[in-house]
Design a protein around this ligand. Structure first.
Ligand code: AMP
Length: 172
């Protein structure tokens, strides 16, 4: 199944800008068996631990995290780009190739001590996920795992995250 998932991912060159090879996961989403398999594998990254909430990162992370949350019987919490969440937020800035971006979480989305599975589609430089981890640490969350469908290992993003908690299904 890992090979089928890998074969389904489409490399799109120079998207969204020149020099980036974008990993297009929509062929996985569009195939019932592959989508289910990706959710099965992401659920396994929790290692059977009790998960109170699955946190997904804007925007493709939402798709996987929401399905994982449903499967685990957990709640779902969005981490979004600044300005999208309606209630009071905590925010965290992180560096992009040029400039910076800000992600937010509702200040009451996670209670201290709640167990969390953080999910995104892809780990690249790790800046986005590291900012999400800081937001969760700030709320006193107990992070069980930080899980990705795809890890671009050559970018070393794992180094910005709690090493023992990072799990990825496919590595490039
Ligand atoms: P980073 O903060 O560099 O780890 O970037 C991670 C975020 O950017 C994830 O939410 C991904 O969805 C997106 N991303 C970064 N690089 C790629 C890529 N080559 N293909 C698809 N998505 C990417």
């Amino acid at each position: 199944m890992l090979e089928q998932l890998r074969n389904a991912i489409r490399d799109v060159e120079d998207f969204p800008k020149e020099g980036i090879v974008f990993k297009d996961i929509t062929p996985i989403l569009g195939d019932g068996a592959l989508f289910r398999a990706s959710i099965d594998l992401l659920c396994e990254t929790a290692g059977g631990a009790k998960v109170d909430k699955v946190v997904g990162i804007d925007a493709r992370g939402f798709i996987f995290a929401a399905a994982v949350a449903d499967r685990l019987g957990a709640g779902f919490v969005p981490v979004r780009k600044k300005g999208k969440l309606p209630w009071r937020c905590n925010e965290e800035a992180y560096a992009l190739e040029y400039g910076e971006a800000i992600v937010e979480i509702h200040e009451d989305a996670v209670k201290p001590g709640e167990t969390i599975l953080l999910v995104d589609d892809l780990l690249a430089t790790g800046g986005t996920a590291a900012a999400a981890v800081k937001l969760l640490d700030g709320l006193g969350a107990d992070i069980v795992a930080v899980s990705f469908l795809i890890e671009l290992s050559f970018l070393g993003g794992r180094g910005k995250l709690p090493a023992d908690k990072v799990k990825a299904i496919l590595h490039y």
